[in-house]
Design a protein around this ligand. Structure first.
Ligand SMILES: [Zn+2]
Length: 440
């Protein structure tokens, strides 16, 4: 309605204009050299209107052709993308089926159709790797690693995989560190960087890669093992002590941590603090290692004084291991009754291994020295000792290997902080151990 009204108004105005112009005998003069043409005004107005109309027509035609061409281009681009996507899917399917050659063929087609996108580069790398074209794979992964963010991390991951396959774990670790810049929580990259730091004995770098752990957990024991390793190589005794105290706080059941604190304090001349740390350690981790430290008394201490001191400590902290240590001290002080009493307490506390029978045999040999009874009783205990179970030992919870001494790394499998005292229970899978990189 509005449009019709508008057209009517325009028509009205044009008619009025035309009548107004026609009522006045005006003309337009066009001069070209000697030729002079005089055109009535109405005719020149008409010519102007017609030329405007023609120009409009040409512009519309041009826009129509352009839009047609654009549509065709878009259609072609969409078709290329569809074909590229199809090639991508075919390449992934071939990779999943383990057919490297076919994956490579489709991968190259996808790259030709879609260009060097993160996805086509990643595919080109893995397809080349699957087809045994290591150099082509490396080139594709390098191009991918030059991209930004997650794409770059994927490129470094590919390079790490190639390095692992070549047996070059140091290069793999470098790629892992580069990946961590783009993807700080990539577990595979942390795993490689961690393994490399441990191999280079860079304990502090390894510690930075471990997640913060709650005291007493397996993760905390692993941190504690690294802290003790760092302390053992620390030149400043005070800094070393701090690391050892951190380890003891993180892993209260880890006797070597308490033992390290006690030894460090004793070496620094802090006897009273050392004894307090020993009592605390024995209460949290009753272990022969700490019981042995209890047997080491101050210089000049007599055997009787030592037996008395160790017995007092054993009464205070309780437990079979300290009872055994008290029995040992009493034996050396030739207090046979006390030695027997403490062996019985050790037995009651559950220590019934070879050490208990050996101690009873020695007590019999000492108490009835030279007599027939000593001989008979000691022999019976030695027989018991031979058939008694072995004392507990350090066992790797990762690989099951036994160790006579604690170490921060299992010498059998290389796991960090995996040694447990006694019957080792299997540890949950260690996310930060070098895991094989699952490939595409
Ligand atoms: Zn192991």
């Amino acid at each position: 309605m509005r449009r019709a009204l508008f057209i009517l108004i325009v028509l009205g105005l044009v008619t009025a204009g035309t009548l107004w112009v026609a009522a006045r005998p005006a003309s337009v003069t066009v001069a070209a050299g000697d030729v002079v043409i005089e055109i009535p005004l109405w005719l020149s107005a008409l010519a102007f209107a017609v030329s405007l109309f023609v120009v409009g027509l040409i512009v519309r035609l041009y826009a129509g052709i352009r839009s047609q061409l654009g549509r065709r281009r878009l259609k072609r681009a969409l078709r290329r993308r569809d074909e590229g996507d199809e090639a991508l899917v075919s390449a992934f399917a071939a990779l999943a089926a383990g057919d490297g050659a076919v994956a490579l063929k489709h991968g190259e087609k996808a790259r030709r159709l879609l260009g060097d996108t993160p996805l086509t580069l990643m595919l080109a790398g893995y397809a080349a790797r699957a087809a045994g074209r290591v150099e082509a794979a490396e080139t594709a992964f390098r191009l991918l690693a030059e991209q930004e963010g997650a794409a770059a991390a994927l490129g470094h991951r590919g390079l790490a995989q190639l390095a692992v396959e070549r047996g070059n774990r140091a290069v793999a670790a470098d790629a892992a560190r580069a990946a961590l810049v783009h993807q700080p929580n990539a577990a595979w990259a942390k795993s490689f960087a961690f393994e490399d730091s441990v191999r280079r004995r860079d304990w502090h770098a390894a510690l930075k890669l471990l997640p913060l752990a709650e005291s007493g957990t397996d993760e905390a024991i692993r941190r504690a093992a690294l802290l003790l390793a760092a302390a053992a190589e620390e030149g400043d005794p005070r800094a070393a002590l701090r690391l050892e105290q951190q380890a003891a706080a993180l892993a209260p059941a880890l006797a070597p941590a308490h033992a390290a604190v006690v030894r460090r304090l004793r070496a620094g001349g802090h006897a009273r603090t050392a004894e307090r740390a020993l009592r605390e350690g024995l209460a949290k981790a009753p272990h022969p290692m700490l019981a042995a430290l209890a047997l080491e008394g101050p210089v000049g201490e007599s055997k009787a004084e030592r037996a008395k001191r160790v017995a007092a400590l054993a009464s205070e902290v309780g437990g079979g291991e300290m009872a055994l240590a008290a029995a040992q001290a009493a034996l050396e002080a030739e207090d046979w009754a006390e030695a027997r009493r403490w062996t019985e307490r050790a037995r009651a506390a559950g220590v019934v291994d070879r050490r208990l029978h050996a101690l009873l045999a020695k007590i019999a040999e000492g108490e009835f020295a030279g007599s027939e009874r000593a001989h008979a009783e000691a022999e019976a205990h030695w027989r018991d000792a031979a058939s008694a179970r072995e004392p507990p030992e350090w066992t790797c919870a990762n690989c099951g290997a036994s160790h006579t001494e604690w170490s921060h790394i299992c010498s059998s499998c290389g796991a960090v902080g995996s040694l447990r005292w006694g019957e080792a229970r299997a540890m949950p899978p260690q996310s930060l151990l070098p895991a094989p990189l699952p490939g595409l």
